[in-house]
Design a protein around this ligand. Structure first.
Ligand code: PLP
Length: 220
């Protein structure tokens, strides 16, 4: 393999600490770009809109890729997401988690779920507040048709690097407290702080694929 996409991918891979994996966020990019990266050895891809992801998954069905849903999960999309994505990073409330588990049971699926947490005030994003998560935890952990494997978080817009690192460390500590292995944190603009704080999934889009050609609405 060669070319700019491969070069960016291998440079990023070389910089990642051993504990952090790269989730290639392919929203806004065509199936051909995903195929090119898959041929380099990338297996995990993140998408944030189900209607965009499904045709791409179809076009790439000959590859054994692992698809992660990272966008805001609307309750009327749960069934299609559960059918198409074995990993969901963005379950942000107890009722939504209950719905995911119920529908996954009906669909004979058992997704791996990361619970989205909101550790700083942010009107643009959903997520469990810390205390909400702790009080809902016994119910979440007992849901029969999904496995909670970790937490996901995003830094609010305008959050400075120092506070981002503190925020990511708080997320890591909360995951450790709940004995959860995975922390999905870090995007193109802040992945170094997230990796230093113990992220296990860096969700990287533009730093990998370049700017998104189609204007995608903000997700999450
Ligand atoms: C789009 C998106 C990303 C990737 O964003 P970049 O800044 O392009 O790396 C990561 N996480 C979520 C939830 C996203 O919606």
């Amino acid at each position: 393999m060669s070319g700019p996409l491969f070069d960016r991918w291998s440079a990023l891979k070389a910089e990642l600490p051993a504990t952090a994996r790269l989730l290639a966020v392919s929203k806004g990019h065509p199936a051909e770009a995903i195929r090119e990266l898959a041929e380099s050895g990338q297996r995990h891809f993140g998408e944030s809109r189900v209607q965009e992801a499904l045709p791409k998954q179809d076009q790439l069905a000959d590859l054994s890729l692992s698809w992660h849903f990272i966008g805001r999960l609307q309750s009327n999309k749960v069934r299609s997401v559960v059918r198409a994505f074995p990993v969901i990073h963005s379950v942000d409330s107890l009722p939504l988690a209950q719905r995911v588990s119920r529908i996954a049971g009906e669909e004979e699926q058992r997704p791996e779920v990361l619970l989205q947490v909101k550790l700083r005030p942010d009107t643009n994003k959903g997520g469990f507040l810390r205390d909400e998560l702790l009080s809902a935890w016994p119910e979440l952990a007992a849901l029969p048709s999904m496995t909670v494997v970790g937490l996901m978080t995003m830094a609010p817009m305008g959050c400075e690097a120092d506070d981002r690192q503190a925020l990511f460390q708080e997320c890591r500590e909360l995951a450790d407290q709940l004995e959860l292995g995975e922390c999905s944190m870090g995007m193109s603009g802040d992945w170094r702080e997230a990796a230093a704080a113990g992220s296990t999934w860096l969700r990287l889009g533009s730093v990998l694929f370049g700017p998104r050609p189609s204007a995608s609405p903000p997700a999450g």
